[in-house]
Design a protein around this ligand. Structure first.
Ligand code: SF4
Ligand code: SF4
Length: 350
């Protein structure tokens, strides 16, 4: 059923049960938000996305408000802007938001909100930031930049279900902790990096990316993870021809942005000097370089010879766990349909 809402006087028709924030985003109306992430749904914690809804008392968090039919919504009134400014000012003041040297400068939702609201200098006193936790193998935690939005906690507990992160302590002492407030490197964290991908600021950082590039110097290349047949979709953040960091593609199957530690951080082998760059043929116990045509002709000739002399069941194929599903499918087709044997298996089967 088509529904109607009026945002800043503009009539918008939409389908389904959507929040005001979702409707606004679909119609290119900017409402800043920090704790909301499409994968996590409404959190209604940061109160940066507040709007005025005619007939409703007080300001409403747009990330958690489903509008009534024909609702009239204002996203930019003085009251709304003042409320947002107060929240963003408090967040900027209560931490070490040194944008100039921050790794996510240019890719930070708090910075975007401050820019949108015209905040140049935080209005309140800056507290002494907490020390950074560098104990994780791949992840650096900087509590001084944390805005306590809870996105990392939701992701760790509800999406990847590793149940490491939580809010600890109370009141002004509240902070994100690993297990019972121990360093990340000593906790049960598996370094999957889901929390890093969800963090809207620079409080969780990929260590391998530090100092490699400013965000605006990178471009992204979409590819499929080389590690297993699941086929997770990756975005490689590249500076020239070097990978700076890897993220999961948020709205793509099969992984919906999630990655394991290998897919996100295990890409160094690409630059290994030990990688083979040409086929090798072994002669008299010694490898020599060969062309692809020569190597493929040799292998095809040997297969034919074995089948003619001893039958197809003397051949067996083992496909690689790093192949895509499509490559593994082609491999079994080759063995079953062309060679005529069912001797085909996969190296990660057991
Ligand atoms: S890296 Fe993964 S397991 Fe570790 S805290 Fe982040 S989301 Fe949880
Ligand atoms: S570490 Fe990042 S995602 Fe987690 S609560 Fe802090 S700002 Fe939010």
């Amino acid at each position: 059923m088509t529904k109607t809402v009026f945002i800043d006087g503009k009539k918008i028709e939409y389908e389904g049960n959507k929040t005001l924030l979702e409707i606004a985003r679909e119609n290119n109306i900017y409402i800043p938000s920090l704790c909301y992430h499409p994968k996590l749904g409404p959190a209604s914690m940061c109160r940066v996305c507040v709007v005025e809804v005619e007939g409703m008392r007080g300001l409403q968090p747009s990330c958690a408000t489903i509008p009534a039919e024909g609702a009239k919504v204002l996203t930019n009134t003085e009251r709304v802007i003042e409320a947002r400014k107060t929240v963003v000012n408090l967040l900027l003041s209560n931490g070490n938001h040194n944008c100039l040297s921050c790794e996510v400068n240019g890719d930070c939702e708090l910075q975007d909100a401050a820019y949108h609201l015209g905040i140049e200098i935080p209005a309140f006193l800056i507290e002494q930031p907490e020390e950074r936790d560098e104990s994780g193998v791949f992840i650096l935690r900087d509590p001084g930049k944390c805005i306590k939005c809870g996105r990392c906690i939701e992701g760790c507990n509800r999406l990847v279900v590793n149940e490491v992160l939580d809010f600890g302590y109370r009141g002004g002492e509240i902070k994100v902790i690993c297990d019972n407030d121990i360093p990340m490197g000593e906790s049960t964290c598996v370094q999957c990096g889901e929390c890093v991908q969800l963090c809207p600021v620079g409080a969780l950082i990929d260590k391998k990316a530090i100092g490699k590039a400013r965000t605006w110097e990178t471009h992204t290349v979409r590819t499929t993870c080389p590690y297993c047949g699941v086929g997770c979709q990756l975005e490689l953040h590249m500076k020239e021809d070097q990978i700076v960091r890897v993220t999961g593609v948020e709205d793509a199957q099969p992984n919906q942005g999630h990655l394991c530690v290998k897919g996100r951080y295990g890409y160094d082998f690409i630059y290994s000097g030990d990688r083979l760059t040409t086929p090798l043929i072994k002669e008299n116990g010694v490898f020599r370089e060969a062309s692809w045509n020569e190597a493929l002709d040799l292998v095809a000739g040997k297969f034919k010879q074995i089948i003619q002399e001893s039958g197809p069941d003397t051949l067996a194929g083992v496909s690689c766990a790093r192949s895509s599903n499509e490559d593994s499918y082609n491999m079994q087709k080759l063995f079953r349909g062309v060679f005529g044997t069912n001797n085909i298996d996969h190296c990660a089967r057991t």
